[in-house]
Ligand binder design. Structure first.
Ligand code: ZN
Length: 154
């Protein structure tokens, strides 16, 4: 153990790293791949990897909210074509941002959060009676986006 481990900022042990050479999963605390022996990323890079995962999961969650809303509106509400299209299109944009975030996490998280919050505000202004529809999902989406912003900009 020649490396200086900063205990306070060490990521959780149950999270796993994928070896870049053989793709096998290793324990987060390992220094070398247990399969091929290749050196695993250092702690600074591991934190970046973790933050990236948080960001990607958040965008996937928000995409999920819009796809769920689309399915819900389609099956259980007599939603207009416009509302259906809006949820579907935003869900697809979020899916694109999810893949984009692998290379460019900051602009992806920024765009996803901006779009999500912007649409919430817009719908609250245009249809104030719908503010409390799916409020738990909306709040969860806000908390998760803020967490994503903190993890890639913090
Ligand atoms: Zn390996």
């Amino acid at each position: 153990m020649t490396r200086a481990f900063r205990k306070t900022s060490s990521p959780k042990k149950e999270q796993q790293l994928t070896c870049r050479k053989c793709r096998k999963k290793s324990d987060f605390a390992d220094e070398y791949c247990s399969n091929c022996g290749k050196e695993l990323p250092d702690w600074e890079n591991r934190r970046t990897i973790l933050n990236l995962r948080v960001a990607q999961n958040s965008i996937a969650f928000i995409a999920g909210i819009f796809f769920l809303s689309f399915i819900w509106a389609f099956l259980f509400e007599k939603a207009s074509l416009l509302i259906l299209a809006e949820n579907l299109v935003v869900g697809l944009i979020m899916t694109v941002l999810f893949f984009y975030s692998k290379k460019f996490p900051r602009p992806a998280v920024f765009t996803a959060t901006g779009l999500f919050v912007g649409l919430l505000v817009l719908s609250a202004i245009l249809n104030p009676e719908t503010i409390f529809q799916g409020i738990i999902l909306k709040l969860a989406g806000i908390v998760i986006s803020l967490n994503a912003i903190r993890s890639v900009f913090g």
